[in-house]
Design a protein around this ligand. Sequence first.
Ligand code: ZN
Length: 639
Amino acid sequence: MEEFDYEKLGLLCGLEIHQQLDSKTKLFCRCPNKLQGTREPDFTLKRFMRPVLGEMGTYDEAMLTEYEKEMTIVYEGYNDVICTYELDETPPFECNDEARKIAIEIALLLNSNIIEEMHVCRKNYLDGSVPCGFQRTMILAKDGYLELENGKKIGIDILCLEEDAARKIITKEKTNFFRLDRLGIPLIEITTKPDINDPMECRECAERLGLLLWSTKVKKVLGSIRQDVNVSIKAGTRIEIKGVQKLDWIPILINHEVSRQLNLVEIKEELQKRNLKDGDLPKKPIDLSKVMAKTKCGFIAKGIKSKKKLYGINFTGFNGLLGKKLMEDYRFGTEIASKVKSISGLKGLIHSDEDLKKYKFSDVDIKTLKDNLKTKQGDCFVLVLGNKKEVDKAFNIIINRVKYAFKGVPPETRRALENGNTEFLRELHGGARLYPDTDSQAIINNNEEIKVIKVDLPEYPWDVIKNYSKNFKIEERFIKDLIFTGNLTIFNDLIEIYPDNPTLIITTLLETSTALRRDGKDIENITETDYKDIFTLLKKKEIGKEAIEEMMSLKADSPELSIEQIKEKLKIESISVEELKKVINEIVKNNLELIKEKDMRAMGPLMGEVMEKVRGKIDGAIVSKELKNALQTKLKELK
Ligand SMILES: [Zn+2]
């Protein structure tokens, strides 16, 4: 990663966090708040998007961009868990009280002011993920803050209670498939103020928000929390990065975005230096299909033969700019190509800052291209292959994007990629996306209700982490993991039953379960009651801790069995210390030669032999202690 002086660059970041709430039913209908997984849908419904004129008599830019993609949308639903509301056939039912109260609790934890009279608004959704074209959302609280470890307060701008959109299953042949089970699940949206000035600070803020949410009644499964990061620098523009899946991505994404913005600003300055004007840009591409029909570049020759068009355009004075690196493995040319790909579906473009030989163009080909496009030293040309309509659309995008290079960084929503880069997702939505929902009445959050919730607020998770770490002598990161795996409640239950060994409980909940999952075991079959039963047996010394993994494994395979049945099936009987001593004495007697030869170093091999006989029946630590005693006694005798 390149090092930047973020303070000097005036870095401002903000976070937008979406988290599903764990209420029984959806926000505006009484369908269950539950995803149906891989279950086959019962019905499908096909819709097409088309733009409508706004109140001001103009089309929304973002809406037109979506329309240009010419996508068909198919909604997939289930007869038993989807009602007419999700299909936009009936108006909303009353707002879900349970979800609203969870949201109030979160707002209070974030020191926000709760809005007394909430108004439901509509937020346009243009990608088809909401059948009615808008999401219902309401501002529940405003002007709060979250405190970081060093005491810095990050402002919370607004907190909204809203509906989740439908779940995208796949895109196939210009059709997007959405599953309706996720549509309408209550969601909390938290937007921070742009108070974050450093990539690591942004990571900490996101982590704290996540910890805080997961200490309330939210869905604690992978993918239930979604993070977006806004990034801007003084010389650049505010960019929204969507779909940040891991906390560790955040610092890298910000670093790369800063690099991209800085380099786009450099391109703008270079254009000024070269005395180029956006008004001088070419307006239309040139058809090269005829003159390039015999090209040595295989895929272009083949394309032209099958009636595709090869168009080119010359950008005067642009030499080197499309080849300029913006982030790792990403040049200005990549940026233009990825936008073309996203909107027109065309795979890519060729530009003359690239090594043209890699496309197998001959010298004659290159001369023909330059002659026809009137490309001179210091220029750069761009080629696109496709059918006429696609190519026209592509050049429209290319010319507009190159034109923006004169202004700097275009405001965009970008998608986070695993390598820390981002790609164009859509134009940044205009500010006026919210408008009142005429189907809904105002919803009241009354003071009495808020007071009751306030009394029962959970402790801040970072305080919980500190206290637990101190009380149970466990590293803080393990407590954090307990929260982020949704295991803190069960830890609390188990520590009551078995206070002897907190580390064993942590290992069981975090490591053993992860190892079993990796082995393909369905550990969702192990319930909280099962864990409690296992640790009760352990407390009563009816099993040794070595038996835990085997029991969990069998329970995962046979969920119908109780822990008591599993214990019987595995023939786990505990033995007393007295019985253990007998086993040990027997083994010591049979190994006198080994003990004479190795002295206390006989401990290792003998331990193995004893454990083979008593594994799972008594705690290994007791075995080790007793064996050591027995060995020491025997060695004294022998001397
Ligand atoms: Zn419904």
